[in-house]
Design a protein around this ligand. Structure first.
Ligand code: PEP
Ligand code: MG
Length: 321
């Protein structure tokens, strides 16, 4: 099997009926790019920038960040690179920010909420990203967006920093796509509205599942509720993809579900455009998709979305795809 996969490193990802999708990889540091390329990923679908901020005692400077972002863009040689702005809070703490302890950190002051409040931190990161943008195909993504207002605020801060840099004589790319993570149910439900203003969506199922099912993704005792194939999740995913396509935008997925062999056929049938996963899952996923007919799966999608339980969905997928 390994030999068969190795042959696919430089191949496109096409279904058996000729529909092309993009298989990208998730990374945490520039050093991870090596594995991305060795495993034949067509892009970076999620660069979790938190790691630049963690395991140290002060914030990374603009230059430190610029170097990291430039290194990833350089090494990816023009392939798409989605860099997510700081998603701290929840399970990821930064002791040096001295943030007050919260009763419900996953529902609290984190990610874009923190960035819109602590704007120095946010603006420094955005400047580093904008300066790096001329070295490759950069797409900027905001995490944990719950309202259109948050997206508009984040985007307008980005545009302010861009204008400042341009006025200072710094080159900034003019075609940076700006998108959001869809990981909060309100945003999935309102995807049609968001789709008019964002350039792309990336569905963060790790959080979308925990927030939709109200089940902590780290808590073993409620892990039975962590159900990627629950029709509730699949219906939300469909809403997001359909809303994007209606506006001519694309939808990716960068949660664990995107690399899951049971989910992949369903996601292909739903019309997902980009699948971002751990690098080692890329070749198995490509090999799987080569043998799937999108048209055949699509014909079953309505039936799947009407199923009663996750178990029904899994049983159907295992028997038919
Ligand atoms: C997600 O929530 O699905 C996601 C990709 O982000 P993270 O796992 O970093 O929260
Ligand atoms: Mg998340």
């Amino acid at each position: 099997q390994k030999e068969e996969w190795a042959k696919l490193v430089n191949e496109k990802t096409l279904s058996s009926d000729g529909v092309q999708v993009e298989l990208a990889a998730n990374i945490g540091t520039p050093a991870d790019v090596k594995g991305v390329l060795e495993n034949g990923a067509e892009g970076v679908g999620l660069y979790r920038t938190e790691f630049l901020y963690m395991g140290r005692d002060q914030l990374p400077t603009e230059d430190e960040q610029f170097k990291a972002y430039k290194e990833v863009l350089d090494k990816m040689e023009g392939k798409p690179v989605v860099i997510r702005t700081l998603d701290i809070g929840g399970d990821k703490e930064l002791p040096y920010l001295n943030l007050p302890k919260e009763l419900n950190p996953f529902l609290g002051f984190r990610a874009i909420r923190l960035c819109l409040e602590e704007q120095d931190i946010f603006r420094t990161q955005l400047r580093a990203l904008l300066r790096a943008s001329t070295y490759g195909n950069l797409k900027i993504m905001f995490p944990m967006i719950a309202t259109l207002g948050e997206f508009r605020s984040a985007k307008s801060i980005l545009m302010e920093e861009k204008e400042k840099l341009v006025n200072e004589g710094t080159k900034v790319s003019d075609d940076i796509e700006v998108g959001i993570m869809v990981e909060i149910p309100s945003t999935a439900v309102m995807a049609d509205t968001f789709a008019k203003e964002v350039d792309f969506f990336s569905i963060g199922t790790n959080d979308l599942i925990q927030y939709t099912m109200a089940a902590d993704r780290m808590n073993e005792q409620v892990s039975y509720l962590y159900q990627p194939y629950n029709p509730a999740i699949l219906r939300l995913v469909k809403m997001v993809i359909d809303a994007a396509h209606k506006e001519g935008k694309w939808t990716g997925m960068c949660g664990e579900m995107a690399g899951d062999p049971i989910a992949i056929p369903i996601l292909l049938g739903l019309g997902l455009d980009e699948f971002s996963m751990s690098a080692t899952s890329v070749l198995p996923a490509r090999s799987q998709i080569l043998n799937l007919s999108k048209e055949k799966i699509s014909a079953h999608i309505e039936q799947i979305l009407q199923m009663d339980t996750m178990d029904d969905v899994v049983k159907f997928a295992e028997e038919n795809f």
